[in-house]
Design a protein around this ligand. Structure first.
Ligand SMILES: *[C@@H]1O[C@H](CO)[C@@H](O)[C@H](O)[C@H]1NC(C)=O
Ligand SMILES: *[C@@H]1O[C@H](CO)[C@@H](O)[C@H](O)[C@H]1NC(C)=O
Ligand SMILES: *[C@@H]1O[C@H](CO)[C@@H](O)[C@H](O)[C@H]1NC(C)=O
Length: 220
């Protein structure tokens, strides 16, 4: 049996693929993905300070063999900036620490809309890349327990169009006590709440078992 693909059908398919590529290339607007949990009535960026475990990530600048990532965040509200050190363990043994820095939101209606630049890496975005805290969860005392972020990193190869724009989806948690299933459910929940606007392909999880496996790492 032979399928007869008309030129028009082929053109249509080419356009579909083109559209799909275009859609995944664009950075979503913060307004299109932000959840009620990051409304300024409940969300205060000062509460983002402290220790966060990166229990799920698509971070393209972090090699997949580096995991058990922990961010130590400081927030400088009056000065309008934040900084953090990302501690990660590569190949289960080698600890690496990377310092990062960014700008807090200047819009009091959108305190979760941050901007940062991985000074160490080559991005073609001329300025700071958006790093959006679009979802947060709190405990009964109102303390932030979960912060879910989406960053648009631009292209990382020196010559576009060779490099596709990169996105980074991250679940930051105050604890490592997660199972992979719980993390998968959380990602499914967040993906549906943001109506498929986020690229969560290539997601890697760091559940409790993964963090336990890094306990042999050389401590610095
Ligand atoms: C956020 O919390 C900080 C520190 O507790 C406080 O100084 C600041 O006024 C709060 N901001 C808002 C908008 O409530
Ligand atoms: C950034 O790009 C420049 C030129 O392409 C290169 O010389 C440099 O090593 C790159 N830096 C990093 C950290 O990759
Ligand atoms: C996500 O989970 C919460 C409960 O944790 C639920 O209230 C909400 O409806 C879920 N949202 C979606 C889009 O699945």
């Amino acid at each position: 049996m032979r399928f007869n693909t008309s030129p028009r059908l082929r053109l249509l398919c080419t356009l579909c693929i083109f559209e799909a590529v275009k859609a995944s290339e664009s950075c979503p607007d913060y307004g299109d993905i932000r959840q009620p949990s990051v409304d300024p009535t409940v969300f205060n960026i000062s509460d983002f300070a402290g220790t966060w475990y990166m229990v799920a990530t698509t971070e393209p600048t972090l090699p997949a063999f580096c995991t058990c990532t922990r961010n130590e965040v400081s927030v400088h509200l009056p000065e309008g900036w934040y900084a953090y050190t990302a501690h990660t363990v590569c190949e289960g043994k080698f600890p690496i620490s990377v310092p990062l820095k960014g700008k807090l939101s200047e819009d009091p209606r959108s305190p979760g809309l941050l901007h940062e630049n991985f000074g160490l890496f080559n991005h073609t975005m001329p300025s700071l890349d958006p790093n959006m805290i679009f979802e947060a969860r709190y405990d009964e005392q109102g303390r932030m327990q979960l912060a879910i972020t989406y960053a648009c990193l631009g292209r990382m190869l020196p010559l576009p169009p060779l490099g596709q724009p990169k996105f980074s989806f991250n679940i930051l948690s105050r604890t490592t006590a997660w199972t992979k299933k719980e993390l998968q459910d959380l990602v499914a929940n967040v993906t549906s709440a943001t109506r498929g606007l986020l690229d969560t392909s290539k997601i890697r999880f760091a559940d409790q078992a993964v963090y336990d496996s890094c306990s042999q790492a050389i401590i610095v």
